[in-house]
Design a protein around this ligand. Structure first.
Ligand SMILES: [Zn+2]
Ligand SMILES: [Zn+2]
Length: 155
């Protein structure tokens, strides 16, 4: 298996990093902590060995929060834009990488929905949900329709 190098960055671009395959894990997590930490229905995290991670810009712009009531749960984020960033586990044995922060597409896909039983009731894992590209389908008031991979509601 060849080693892939994947690049990642925060929303504002101040922080940049690189990771290498292989991944130890790539998973969705529906636990309540991940929901709070991401503000979404579930996290999408890649787990890698620390030697497969390095900052390429803005390491000093990353803030970290260790949840005091947890054995290991932490978050890291850009001080400017708040975007979730990778962090070393407290045991310093792994790096947790928010998969959405990657600018490159990994070859592998998440292997599991973890804490499935904790998922929010409104999360629909429904393959029949409509799929749309970036077109303002829900409102005629957005103009012009934007293109590319930009958010459809936070233009
Ligand atoms: Zn940023
Ligand atoms: Zn979780």
């Amino acid at each position: 298996m060849t080693t892939e190098t994947l690049h990642g960055s925060c929303l504002c671009g101040a922080v940049r990093f690189e990771i290498e395959t292989p991944f130890e894990n790539f998973l969705y997590c529906h636990c309540s902590r991940c929901r709070k930490a991401t503000g979404t229905a579930h996290a999408a995290n890649i787990v890698i060995a620390p030697e497969r991670f390095r900052w390429t810009a803005g390491e000093d712009q990353v803030a970290r929060y260790d949840l005091p009531t947890a054995r290991s749960f932490a978050t890291a984020f850009c001080k400017h834009c708040g975007a979730p960033m990778p962090h070393l586990t407290r045991s310093r044995t792994r790096v947790i990488v928010p998969a959405g922060s990657l600018d490159d597409a990994p070859e592998s896909k998440p292997a599991v929905h973890a804490y499935w039983g904790s998922r929010v009731a409104w999360f629909e894992d429904d393959p029949d949900l409509p799929k749309r590209d970036a077109v303002a389908f829900w409102s005629a008031n957005i103009s012009p329709p934007h293109r590319g991979d930009r958010c459809i509601i936070r233009v």
